[in-house]
Write a new protein. Sequence first.
Length: 133
Amino acid sequence: MATNQDISNVTLPIVEEAVTVSKKKVVIGKVVARTNVVEDERIIDEPLVRESVNIERLVVDRWAEAPVPVRCEGNTTIISIMEEVVVVEKRWKVVEEIHLTKREAIRHEPQQVVVRRTEATVERLAPDPDGSA
C-alpha cells in the first residue's frame, strides 16, 4: 500500500508536444550549358634548317711530336689519322686529315593546319510556374 509521502512526489504527464520536419524540392531556376568545337585554319611558317656535311680526305704526310687531337676551325672539324712509323726513333707522322665542313640551308615551307577550340554557351532558364522539378 502506498503512503502519503509516495503520492506527493509523483508527476503525471498530461500534454507533450512533438515536432515533425518535412522537406520539399523547389526549383528556382535552370541552367543549360552547351559546347561546340570551332575549327580555324591557320598558316604556320617556321624556318626549317637542314645541315649537310661535306667530307674531304687530304693527304698531309707530316711528322708530329705527339698524337694530334681533334680540332675545329670555324665550321670544319679536323680529325687527324695517325700512324706509328718505326725508325731509329719513334715519331708521329700525320698521314691524312679528314675535314668535315657543316653547311646550313634555311627554307620556309608554309603549311595550312587546322586549329580547334571549344566554346561554351551557358543559358539560364526561368523556373516552372508550379515550382516542380
